[in-house]
Design a protein around this ligand. Sequence first.
Ligand code: SAM
Ligand code: DTB
Ligand code: SF4
Length: 334
Amino acid sequence: MNAPVQAVHLHRPYKQKEGGWSVAEVEALFNLPFMDLLHRAASVHREHHDANAVQLSTLLSIKTGGCEEDCKYCSQSAHYDTGLQAEKLMDLYDVLVAAKQAKASGATRFCMGAAWRQPKERHMEQLSTMVKEVKALGLETCLTAGMLSDAQTDQLKDAGLDYYNHNLDTSPEFYGEIITTRTYQDRLDTLERVRKAGMKVCSGGIVGLGENRTQRAGLVAQLANLNPPPDSVPINNLIRIEGTPLGGGDALDPFEFVRTIAVARITMPKSMVRLSAGREAMDEALQALCFYAGANSIFYGDRLLTTGNPQAEADRALLAKLGVRTMDGDTPRA
Ligand code: SAM
Ligand code: DTB
Ligand code: SF4
């Protein structure tokens, strides 16, 4: 694999769209002929980013399963029997072994995920130490651990956390079909706290939950209208987990997934758009289309949190075939 390059910042100044994005405007983008949509997304991508560079981010589940929330897609919810073995918060040593391995195989970002509704006070010191030590290895740090209080965001900021991931997941209208144990507003409040504490916001969603196109547009409009939009936007394609309410059913049309990436790129020109869960079910050509449509980060390593991801060698081979370099760090805001 080529050596990581510093992100090339081809900044065009970007001001948030006057009056924000209406759902109808976002849906109109979804409705464009596929080639027109991709051309537009690729042009926006090139204006604001190096179109031939992708960031490699490795995930680690630091606390697995037994979660109080009832997210209908999730293997880790205690509400469903998915056969997953719950595990308590990992030791610092084991986290650092995984982070060193991730760095050695070429990742520049390390994202730690904990299956909690909200971290308990007794966990905060351990989380802060993990963040500090992972950062000290020279990796960009990201944590996703559920809702946070003001005091918790301050603690994580002090520990040096770069990004906090907390997804809106879907549109406000469809949300109640998927999660009942915490509200959309709870999520928006956590994102606001993360921003106020001075950390970067990572927030995106999942598609393929049974939402319609208007509802996908509703998710993208919500994200794009955050002021400022999230610095990082993961787009997950549902991985169907046996035992969850969404374990059966049809996969989303692959072109609709690419459209979602393209619309996220157009409406959030400066954000990192992350081609997240679901890559194992995508062939190389589909992933290349996602990069063309503006995705510039992938999860790298053979595990996501509880499910599989393509082998690192296969990803390196794909990027090499496409002449795509890897990014060191991400695109800072202007
Ligand atoms: N427990 C924390 C929370 O939900 O705030 C953090 C971890 S949670 C697993 C992070 C995100 O992963 C979810 O918001 C969802 O978007 C995504 N995700 C979880 N299960 C998934 C699945 N089966 N398929 C696709 N994406 C999934
Ligand atoms: C995000 O939006 N996707 C990642 C990361 N943030 C934490 C998680 C994907 C999880 C996929 C299902 C699993 O492995 O359990
Ligand atoms: Fe818990 Fe997060 Fe899974 Fe929801 S997505 S059940 S909050 S681990």
